[in-house]
Design a protein around this ligand. Structure first.
Ligand code: BES
Ligand code: ZN
Ligand code: ZN
Length: 490
């Protein structure tokens, strides 16, 4: 879908149809030319409700207010409704609200995110009628807009939204196709097109790096593991970030096997890894002046004669020994080694990890929210602000010294599960903390995306399945950090 902003009035643009928003149920706004017909059609202008008037070639969509995430959602609903028609070229106006840049970006994101369908395995492919969206540089509330500037916002929003869709497709791909080796091939292809550095470690490579925890998790799988390391290195970067992603291409639970109902959807346990690939894709296309490393631990967690087991003691890359008490707490084992690798190889200014780590996080904050954890209040605060501006929900979950003690092991340095059934999202993060070096503590952030990464029903601009959670908030945080550094330098 091609989106452009033109310095014209809506009325002067040639298109097959127009998208018109009804804001806050205000049918008396001059842009609403079909009040009577809409009333007859029973249109209430609820958020995301649509009404298509073919004879007028207008698609009306309700939006509660001009808050950016509501605009994003309304455009997604509009594009979904228009997919049902054969219309190819659509026009619309601007709904700017408080922050013009944010709402222009939200419009483009809503269109691209709403247009996404995963139909790779459908014999009957989804229709793809909308080719072009032309946005008039004319605001609903008569705010003045610079068309050229607006266009540049649209183009950068398109980069981010396409990266989200890229992540969604990686996650949605079934586990027998998207094996660790295949995910590594996808990363290599991305490195090729986006001119990134790419290193892939196989089992031998993991052994050479003493990644005993990662290797144990992977041992029973017919599909060998891969550590994927992509690097984007612009000239004169302002700072350096390492993003570590959990890449369980399938999590059966291992010998601590999941019940059948809980195993379904565990192809999505690679969402953190797919998100870090999406983030580095977007950052490299935006040309941000930040050095970004995307490190993904890709493996399956399976059963078999040589499966790792409860009671095993593993040795991680940093020498820490781990008593296994539950093989389903495997993500933290993979991440432990990957976090060590990231600190060792990259020495980053910030270390972020993204993982579908715990069911406890979903229980605690619900399906749509990312759990944000770490030691630095300032970092958690700046990240949460960026996430909200990107339209992603977050909630910070606090550490405390009593929870940390629950990971004590009688036979090893640490246990892979806590001795209490409560606070599982936090204790998982506190396990990871054991692999974060002292000088990195304040620079580390853990993002538990177990809830939002994969939801089996449509929510706003997210279709059923993978959402690409984490991509927009991390890109926004990087952009925000760049801006803050540039400001401080002046
Ligand atoms: N991949 C799961 C976490 C998960 C659960 C992600 C639901 C998405 C939706 C993880 O590996 C896991 O199984 N965690 C266990 C930890 C427990 C054994 C301490 C869990 O959350 O039950
Ligand atoms: Zn698990
Ligand atoms: Zn898992």
């Amino acid at each position: 879908m091609q989106i452009t902003v033109v310095d014209q009035k809506r009325a002067d643009i040639q298109a097959d149809a127009e998208i018109v928003c009804v804001v806050g149920k205000d049918f008396d706004h001059p842009w609403i030319e079909d009040k009577e017909l809409l009333t007859l059609a029973g249109f209430q202008a609820e958020q995301d409700e649509t009404s298509f008037l073919p004879e007028k070639r207008r698609l009306y969509v309700g939006v509660e207010s001009l808050e950016h995430d509501l605009v994003r959602s309304a455009y997604a609903a509009a594009v979904r409704a228009l997919r049902e028609t054969p219309l190819q070229t659509i026009k619309t106006g601007l709904y700017l609200g408080k922050c013009s840049a944010q709402n222009i970006k939200a419009t483009a994101e809503g269109l691209i995110l709403g247009d996404y369908v995963y139909d790779a395995y459908k014999s009957q492919k989804a229709k793809h009628p909308i080719q072009k969206v032309i946005i008039a540089a004319e605001d609903f509330n008569d705010k003045t807009v610079d068309a050229q500037k607006a266009n540049s916002y649209v183009q950068s929003a398109a980069i981010v939204a396409e990266a989200v869709n890229y992540t969604r497709s990686l996650v949605n791909t079934p586990p027998d196709e998207m094996t660790p080796a295949e995910l590594a091939r996808k990363a290599e292809a991305l490195a090729e097109t986006n001119r990134l550095e790419c290193t892939v470690l196989d089992e031998k490579g993991l052994e050479a790096e003493n990644m005993g925890a990662f290797l144990a998790v992977s041992r029973a799988s017919a599909h060998p593991p891969r550590l994927i390391h992509l690097a984007y290195k612009p000239a004169d970067p302002l700072f350096k970030v390492a993003l570590v992603g959990k890449g369980l291409t399938y999590d059966s639970g291992g010998l601590s096997l999941k019940p059948s109902d809980f195993m379904v959807t565990m192809k999505a346990d690679k969402s953190g890894a797919c998100a870090v690939l999406g983030i580095i894709k977007a950052v490299s296309e935006l040309g941000l002046p930040v050095e970004v490393h995307a490190i993904a631990g890709a493996t399956e967690n399976m059963i078999g004669g040589d499966a790792y087991k409860p009671d095993d003691v593993l040795k991680a890359k940093n020498g820490t020994t781990i008593e296994v008490r539950n093989t389903d707490a495997e993500g933290r084992l993979v991440l432990a080694d990957c976090l060590c690798y990231a600190q060792d190889k990259v020495q980053p200014d910030y270390l972020l990890d993204l993982a579908t780590l715990t069911g406890a996080c979903v229980v605690g904050v619900g399906e749509y929210t990312t759990g944000v954890m770490g030691h630095s209040r300032a970092l958690k605060h700046s990240f949460s602000k960026a996430a909200a501006n990107a339209g992603e929900f977050t909630c910070t979950l606090p550490f405390n010294r009593h929870l940390a003690k629950l990971l004590k092991s009688e036979v090893a340095d640490v246990c892979n599960i806590a001795s209490s059934r409560y606070g599982g999202a936090v204790t998982a993060a506190l396990f990871l903390d054991r692999f974060v070096e002292e000088e990195m503590k304040e620079k580390w952030l853990h993002l538990d995306i177990a809830g939002p990464a994969y939801v089996e029903k449509t929510w706003g601009y997210n279709p059923s399945g993978a959402s690409g959670a984490g991509v927009r908030m991390c890109v926004k945080w990087l952009e925000q950090s760049v801006r803050e550094r540039q400001k401080a330098a002046h």
